[in-house]
Design a protein around this ligand. Structure first.
Ligand SMILES: Nc1nnc(-c2c[nH]c3ncc(-c4c[nH]c5ccccc45)cc23)o1
Length: 333
């Protein structure tokens, strides 16, 4: 039974805790693929006993859990950097026993990095998409997560056009709560943008931690340029060290996108003429000109706080959560 035992531990899907899933994903990213080539069955660790029904060490795709296309194949970004983060196809998934609906991101094993999972496993917050489990099947890592069935803010913008201010306030508040939590742990998301904010009926959550880093000092000196150009802060583009404040700037540029339907810069500097915006972001003052004409005075001053060029003077998530723009006095008071 030694062999059977060995076979079971390596080849099964089991319930586990956060340390178990971290050990599993580190095993995946360190193991050579040939070793994993001949695995007869799926292997993995699931965190949610009540939502995901493992049967005798099996959690078979298309049997125990069904995957549906969310027509979510990631369009190649326009002028932005090819996302170094964990990108790939995100499907809607449904456990056939519990009916639990989840998001399932498929990452080819050769592209998989433990970082994709580490942050979502280690940092839990209402406004961060929760990780439910990781399963390796057919050379592909399947990450099961909390599903934003309302889609991403980018899809909403593409389908419904610019958002109204009260909707933007609702999203901004949720994103700031998630950022306040991440930044309190010195974690920089590095890719705050409309397509990484997904919507549920009662909240919005941040997704895609493939570019996230945890700062050990109070400045992060990048080895590479991380993020998507249009939303990048001047200090990040300069590549001389930055900190969590870069996410606040990206929230500001994302709000401009939400209120006008376009990211900053592109209307004044058409993508056809400008293959890259890095120089513009570096040379020009922050894109206050791209703020919507019908933007309220309070939201305008909120955006000035987000887009402050000097990160030291730029407001933090905690400070912005107190701003009157996102705490409008209720009409009836
Ligand atoms: N890059 C990435 N990493 N993790 C996620 C993710 C976790 N939970 C999710 N829930 C929904 C969506 C989603 C994005 N666009 C959509 C359009 C329609 C329907 C759903 C969506 C994406 C996720 O995304």
């Amino acid at each position: 039974e030694m062999v059977a035992e060995e076979e079971d531990t390596v080849s099964g899907v089991r319930y586990g805790t956060v340390p178990d899933i971290l050990a599993f994903v580190n095993l995946l990213s360190s193991m050579q693929t040939p070793l994993l080539q001949h695995l007869p069955k799926e292997i993995g660790v699931l965190l949610k006993k009540k939502d995901m029904a493992v049967k005798k060490g099996r959690y078979q795709i298309n049997i125990d859990v069904l995957l549906f296309a969310w027509r979510l194949t990631y369009k190649n970004p326009g002028s932005g950097l090819v996302p170094k983060g964990s990108f790939g196809k995100v499907h809607l998934a449904q456990d056939t026993t519990t009916r639990k609906r989840m998001a399932c991101k498929l990452i080819p094993l050769e592209n998989f990095k433990a970082a994709d999972v580490e942050f979502q496993a280690r940092f839990r917050h209402d406004n961060i998409a929760e990780l439910f489990g990781a399963v390796l099947w057919d050379q592909t890592v399947h990450l099961f997560m909390e599903a934003g069935e309302g889609g991403s803010v980018l899809e909403k913008l593409d389908n419904c056009g610019p958002m109204r201010e009260f909707e933007i306030i609702w999203v901004a508040k949720q994103v700031l709560r998630g950022l306040e939590y991440l930044h309190s742990h010195n974690v920089i998301h590095h890719d705050i943008k409309p397509s990484n904010i997904v919507l549920m009926s009662d909240k919005a959550v941040l997704v895609d931690f493939g570019l996230a880093v945890q700062m050990t000092e109070d400045v992060y000196s990048p080895r590479d340029l991380r993020g998507t150009e249009m939303y990048m802060s001047p200090e990040l583009v300069l590549c001389r060290g930055h900190n969590t404040k870069t996410d606040i700037y990206s929230l500001g540029t994302s709000i401009i996108h939400m209120q006008t339907g376009s990211p900053p810069w592109v209307r004044r500097y058409p993508r056809t003429a400008y293959p890259s915006y890095l120089y513009i972001i570096h040379k020009q003052a922050p894109p206050l000109e791209d703020i919507a004409e019908d933007c309220s005075a309070s939201m305008h001053s909120f955006l000035k706080r987000c887009l402050e060029r000097n990160p030291t003077l730029r407001s933090s998530a905690s400070e912005l959560l107190k701003d009157e723009a996102i705490n409008p006095p209720r009409e009836d008071q």
